[in-house]
Design a protein around this ligand. Structure first.
Ligand code: AHR
Length: 500
């Protein structure tokens, strides 16, 4: 029996809705086909956006969408993607498969998508190969209301009112594909470029995201913050609002990666253990951030996370198309619990990527669409968005088949929404052990509980032939007790309990 202790009176931090954010890059079939098919497509669309995909995404309440990359962002020249489509430049997508990018999805189309989804915009600027002027003019184009060359150009291109850009990334992975910079060099570039990312509207601050580390590159975090904050009078008011962190789970390492669907028990635990490393990364990078920002004003922005496997057999290597199983559901459930628990520092996270790329929530095949196990976890966890994290802990044991790759069998996080409803999410990583849980909820009695679950055999997935193999099911086996609740969480499961 594992004890889950919940203290709803001890509110910890707001779980920013942006923790449930997504990422869409001009990569493979993410944007083109996955989201955008164009107005003339036989696939049902609204202003070019697939109706089925947008409807499914609205259901999980996508709070924010990062675009246009990734590595693509530092080679993207926004001017190529505005104006009449027939005159837009065609370019090579050098990073991703060397295919032709016709720029038919550009700034206007991105904001149309955000409007249809009802989400915030997170635009990633080009610092690696773009100029300060180019970045500054993009911001002017998107957000300036008055008369100016860029605002006039936007109007000429059919959009009268400016859009709201809530987040702006000043470069991406500038330690690698974004220019191979040293931390000190990037930090000085950050200081320069961000100066010209202006707030044209007083009440609409653009939150600037500085390029943070890859995985456990603590030197990058230290050096970038040191240089950025050296002789900087006004650290936080508009200078830097977030520092990014990228972490992918490669089950067998970067070179081999490993199959998305064909794996054994050992690799199951190895994958989950690697996913759990996110907790350590947040703690360690967070400790460095604390030295400069003890009040935690600066957000840790985990704007790329998820599993990265070998591409599906027969697909383009540069398209990063992979299937998604119960293993991915566990990675998602555990990782989102970790983000919730660190919501005092983690203020946004963006799953890589939204459709057809890496750990997607949706896969498409022509006009068909399926929802992945990861989608269903995001669906179950959506009530945590903007709720308050409350104090909780669960008794867990480290499990795994190799000493080096151990993972807690159970993880949890608990939040309370404004009307007092508690949301408890629990994961069980064990392959063979259902675990009885006794939840002790202090200071209140439980009158009603509803529960749902995503679980199955570790390889279970949804396919175009069998799209509902994995879905959210009712979890009926929960009892109200004097001190709270009791239930038995099956093996390989993610559970959400709504408690009133
Ligand atoms: O998500 C795929 C790629 O991974 C992104 O373009 C890049 O930022 C990261 O290396």
């Amino acid at each position: 029996m594992a004890k889950l202790v919940i203290n709803p009176e001890k509110k910890r931090s707001k779980i920013h809705k942006e923790i449930y954010g997504h990422f869409s890059e001009h990569l493979g079939r993410c944007i083109y086909e996955g989201i955008y098919v164009g107005e003339n497509s036989p696939i049902p669309n609204k202003n070019g956006m697939r109706v089925d995909v947008v409807e499914a995404l609205k259901k999980i309440k996508v709070p924010v969408l990062r675009w246009p990359g990734g590595c693509f962002a530092d080679e993207y020249h926004w001017m190529d993607g505005v104006g009449p489509k027939e005159t837009r430049k065609k370019m090579i997508n050098t990073h991703w498969g060397g295919v032709v990018e016709d720029n038919s999805f550009g700034t206007h189309e991105y904001f149309e998508l955000c409007e249809q989804l009802g989400c915030e915009a997170y635009v990633n600027g080009n610092l690696g190969s773009g100029t300060v002027r180019e970045m500054s003019e993009w911001v002017e184009y998107m957000t300036f209301e008055g008369i100016s060359p860029m605002a006039d150009l936007r109007r000429k291109n059919g959009r009268e009112k400016p859009w709201k850009v809530k987040y702006f990334g000043v470069g991406n992975e500038n330690w690698g594909c974004g220019g191979n910079m040293n931390p000190d060099y990037y930090a000085n570039e950050y200081r320069r470029y961000q100066t010209y990312v202006r707030d044209y509207k007083k009440d609409q601050h653009i939150n600037k995201i500085c390029c943070g580390p890859n995985v456990d590159d603590y030197e990058w975090t230290s050096e970038v913050l040191k240089t950025c904050f050296h002789h900087c009078e006004d650290k936080f008011h508009g200078f830097m609002d977030g520092l990014s962190l990228h972490y992918y789970v490669f089950p067998e390492g970067w070179d081999i990666k490993g199959s998305a669907t064909d794996f054994d028990d050992k690799v199951w635990y190895k994958t989950l253990s690697k996913a759990y490393f996110m907790d350590e990364l947040i703690r360690n990078h967070g400790a460095i951030m604390d030295q400069y920002d003890p009040d935690k004003k600066l957000g840790m922005i985990v704007d790329e996370w998820g599993t990265w496997y070998t591409v599906e057999p027969g697909t383009n290597e540069g398209f990063l198309y992979q299937q998604n199983t119960i293993r991915d559901a566990l990675v998602a459930g555990m990782t989102l619990n970790i983000f919730n628990k660190h919501s005092d520092r983690v203020k946004m996270a963006n799953l890589a990527q939204m459709v057809n790329v890496l750990q997607s929530v949706i896969l498409t095949d022509g006009a068909d669409m399926i929802l992945t196990p990861t989608y269903h976890v995001f669906d179950m966890y959506k009530d945590h968005q903007d709720a308050m994290l409350v104090e909780s802990s669960i008794e867990s044991e480290y499990i795994g088949l190799e000493q080096e790759y151990q993972v807690p069998d159970l993880t949890e996080s608990v939040s309370v929404s404004e009307d007092g409803t508690l949301h408890i999410t629990v994961t069980n990583a064990s392959l063979d052990r259902a675990i009885p849980v006794e939840a002790v909820i202090s200071g209140r009695s439980v009158s009603e509980v509803c529960a749902e679950i995503v679980s199955g055999e570790m390889h279970q997935m949804n396919t175009f032939e069998n799209p509902d193999n994995v879905q959210v099911r009712t979890f009926a086996d929960v009892q109200i007790t004097e001190s709270g609740l009791s239930f038995t969480i099956p093996s390989c499961a993610v559970v959400h309990l709504t408690v009133r």
